[in-house]
Design a protein around this ligand. Structure first.
Ligand code: ADP
Ligand code: MG
Length: 621
């Protein structure tokens, strides 16, 4: 048989690559603006016609290109920004793939004009669908102008797929904002169909935010500033009363690059916990600076997702930095562990000499076990594989969390004292008081337990969702889920459109532990499922997922992993109405307080409440 494999011609390869890089005019805007910044421009002008469908032009005063470079810049994998794979770990530029110009030129009419400072004449090149139409010397100022006309002129299907001008212009504006926010020192202007939409002078960060989002913004910004060895945070969060129904004012920049991170977004939400009305989102404009070695921006073709080496630490720093700012500016009461314990220092301890604190970790500690029998509880050996490792002494973890107390005037919580209290306190020495720690299940829905300050009530379904969600998200991002092989492959049937949704999420599902052998139009064969998912649950999990994908309109904050983790947590969590054994109850509570964000479910619903003894006393008055 004769050989049949051929290398694709360059222009075909470029068109295919363009599919990844260029989805819409906004993608072109992003790439061109980033190139201008990489070229060291101090002034950048963006000109659009018909939301960029007929023209996207970016003019910069950067360093320009030589004639040879100008020609080479349209070759695929042609870049001046990296030379070897090692350079990827020391990136200080936006671009590095050398793909953008080649891709854009494959699917549009491109006109490049460029000149370097020292050159007398510049270069002008015209390219249409990867074919160079002309190249000549020309008189132009220093810098570069790239005009991209008639996007997708040679791919009608893609062109028809574009949305209305209003929608496309919104995407373009979003990109423009992101780039402009990341570089307040650079002056930007933006024109659409002949009218000027933005004129942003070089300024400081606060001014840049205000110029973009309107003068009213100024009064609502609270500065955030935190410098640690691993992370520098600077920028602003919006005061809680200015929070929005949409997530349109949420910006993270890592080393001056806009990124999306549901995980870090959580850190901010956690810092705002208790300060926002249901369904409202905080505004934030935060710049994170980290060592480029500790991040990997290479995992997403359009480079808005990013992988951090040590996400957990960043989460903690970010959350506390924002919390601190909100507290410092008198926006949130500062609830911290230290001041609370000081308030509670027993009288006769006041005169004792201070001791160097030591940290003791008792991994076998179980707050529910009888104090005298210091044996490890059997709940620690529980088989539920998708539970996190419970943290000993969770009660100390919950201190400082702003859980929803049921009292109307929660502020009194620590201030009101009852005479009878102090009397009882002096009769017994502390260690003589045996606090019985037991859990009860109430109405097959809540787990009730005693805590030092009173009573804890946990919603079993929401708590379990939180536990599963954090675990799944970890598995999905680290891709370390374990699969359990099925004895007989499972065949499931779906509608064609449902199958589309599954196909979209296939790789994420595989990271979660699913193994598919065959995906057809309406039939799916499954060979392996994530450990902890029973065969009978598979269909429910997938159906729930499909409905979530359809209902959760993927917006700019859409992250497949996050959606999948939420959806699976919802399907797999212990339901209301399910009877739980004692050790299951204990394990649930332990695992909840081992979570990063125990106080809310993945959909932001309260997972537990506390009743202070004071609250109870008040009810009896
Ligand atoms: P990348 O940015 O990943 O290197 P691009 O295709 O976007 O790839 O650009 C290719 C090369 O063209 C860049 O590495 C740079 O050397 C040059 N270039 C592109 N745009 C400009 C510009 N506005 N000013 C100067 N040089 C540019
Ligand atoms: Mg580039």
């Amino acid at each position: 048989m004769s050989d049949i494999i051929q290398l694709l011609p360059d222009h075909v390869a470029n068109q295919i690559a363009a599919g990844e890089v260029v989805q819409r005019p906004a993608s072109v805007v992003k790439e061109l603006l980033e190139n201008a910044i990489d070229a060291g421009a101090t002034e950048i002008k963006l000109i659009l016609k018909e939301a960029g469908k007929t023209l996207v032009q970016v003019i910069d005063n950067g360093k320009g290109m030589s004639t040879t470079d100008a020609r080479l810049s349209f070759e695929r994998h042609a870049t001046s920004k990296i030379r070897s794979a090692e350079d990827l770990f020391q990136l200080h530029t936006k671009g590095f793939r050398g793909e953008a110009l080649a891709s854009i030129a494959a699917i549009a009419h491109v006109e490049l004009k460029t000149k370097q400072e020292q050159d007398e004449l510049g270069t002008e090149i015209l390219i249409e669908g990867s074919h160079v139409k002309s190249q000549e010397a020309t008189v132009v100022p220093k810098g570069t102008s790239v005009a991209v006309k008639n996007l997708f002129f040679n791919i009608p299907a893609r062109r028809n797929f574009l949305k209305s001008n209003t929608v496309e212009l919104r995407h373009v504006t979003d990109e423009f904002h992101r780039v402009a926010l990341a570089h307040p020192d650079i002056a930007f202007t933006m024109f659409h169909n002949g009218s000027e939409l933005f004129n942003l002078q070089s300024s400081n960060y606060r001014q840049r935010v205000v110029h973009i989002f309107g003068s009213k913004t100024n009064e609502k910004l609270v500065p955030v500033e935190e410098h640690t060895e691993v992370l520098k945070v600077s920028g602003f969060v919006g005061k809680p009363e200015f929070s929005k129904k949409t997530k349109s004012e949420q910006f993270f920049f890592v080393n001056n690059r806009f990124i999306k991170s549901p995980y870090l977004n959580h850190a901010i939400n956690a810092a705002f916990e208790g300060l926002l009305k249901d369904g409202y989102h905080p505004s934030y404009f935060l710049n994170l600076t980290v060592d480029p070695k500790t991040i990997d921006i290479n995992i997403h073709p359009t480079k808005t997702e990013i992988k951090f080496d040590d996400e957990h630490t960043l989460y903690a720093i970010l959350r506390s930095a924002v919390k601190h700012s909100l507290g410092q500016f008198n926006i949130a009461p500062v609830l911290d562990f230290e001041s609370n314990t000081n308030l509670n220092t027993p009288y006769n301890y006041k005169d004792k000499a201070g001791q160097t604190p030591t940290i003791e970790v008792d991994r076998s500690f179980n707050p529910f076990a009888d104090e005298s029998s210091k044996t490890p509880s059997k709940s620690f050996k529980s088989s539920a594989s998708h539970f996190t490792k419970p943290t000993a002494n969770w009660e100390s973890l919950y201190v400082g969390l702003e859980s929803k107390s049921n009292s109307n005037d929660g502020d009194d919580f620590s201030e009101v004292t009852f005479e009878s209290d102090s009397e009882t306190g002096s009769i017994f020495k502390d260690d003589e008081v045996k606090q019985e720690k037991t859990t009860y299940q109430l109405h097959k829905k809540y787990i009730v337990s005693t805590i030092k300050s009173g009573m804890l009530i946990v919603d079993q379904n929401r708590a379990h969702q939180r536990i599963l969600y954090e675990n799944l998200l970890k598995q999905l991002t680290s891709k370390e889920a374990t699969t359990q092989q099925l004895l007989f492959p499972l065949e499931l049937h779906f509608t064609t459109s449902d199958m589309e949704a599954i196909k979209q999420l296939q790789s994420d599902l595989e990271h979660a532990g699913f193994e598919f052998t065959d995906i057809q139009n309406e039939q799916l064969t499954i060979k392996g499922v994530p450990v902890g998912v029973a065969e009978a649950e598979v269909k429910i999990v997938l159906e729930q997922l499909i409905s979530d994908v359809v209902n959760d309109v993927p917006d700019q904050n859409f992250s497949a992993s996050d959606l999948l983790a939420k959806s699976m947590a919802k399907s797999l969590a212990i339901k209301t109405g399910q009877v739980l054994e004692k050790d299951e109850q204990e394990h649930l509570v332990n695992s909840l307080f081992a979570c990063k964000e125990p106080s809310v479910s993945p959909t932001n619903k309260t997972t537990f409440i506390t009743f202070g003894v004071n609250d109870i006393e008040k009810k009896f008055m």
